[in-house]
Design a protein around this ligand. Structure first.
Ligand SMILES: [Zn+2]
Length: 190
């Protein structure tokens, strides 16, 4: 692949590192994993296709027209980030439908605030434990960052033109794998 020095625009694939801080300046996430517990990307930068609503709009706006090596910082209020607290996102589910992430077995009672995975009709969902009963668990599926004003500090690692496949699919493909091998159906992302 040729190295190009291009600016971020629609139909470019962007790789960037970021830190995420709350309004008090406390670091919540760091893509480099310098604080491993806070890296949800395993130390890898984030990869996305610009201009297809695959990324939070405020982040795309902040990165628009930047090139590799440049930085951008955006502060987004709850309405532009993870939204408002929704009372309807609280509910009671059977204990058997709840598990801890990473196959850990539940020992003893779940503490309030524990993040669990709940099996739903729409597939597994993350939720926070409010209270565990005998056979059920009261959970909250609001995103942990609702109601929060968040600052994203981003550092553009690479920008390249999207492939035809990526534009058709509306998302980026990791450089090492072409998304869908039509013969074997490996790595298929529809
Ligand atoms: Zn794809």
């Amino acid at each position: 692949m040729t190295e190009e020095n291009i600016n971020i625009a629609k139909d470019t694939v962007v790789t960037f590192h970021y830190t995420l801080k709350d309004a008090a300046g406390t670091e919540l996430e760091n893509s480099r994993g310098s604080n491993a517990s806070k890296s949800i990307t395993g130390g890898e930068p984030v990869l996305y296709l610009h201009g297809y609503k695959g990324m939070m709009a405020g982040i795309e706006a902040g990165l628009e027209s930047k090139s590799a090596g440049e930085t951008a910082s955006v502060t987004l209020g709850p309405d532009d980030a993870y939204g408002r607290y929704d009372e309807k996102s609280k509910g009671r589910v059977p204990l058997k439908n709840v598990k801890l992430p990473g196959q850990q077995t539940i020992k003893g009672k779940l503490k309030p605030g524990t993040v669990v995975e709940v099996q739903t009709k729409q597939g597994p969902r993350e939720a926070t434990v409010i209270k565990q009963g005998l056979k059920s668990v009261d959970i909250d599926t609001n995103h942990p960052y609702v109601e929060m004003t968040l600052t994203f500090n981003m550092e553009v690692v690479a920008v390249r033109a999207a492939t035809d496949d990526e534009k058709q699919h509306g998302h980026a493909h990791a450089a090492s794998s072409s998304c869908c091998d039509t013969n074997t159906k490996n790595n298929c992302c529809d």
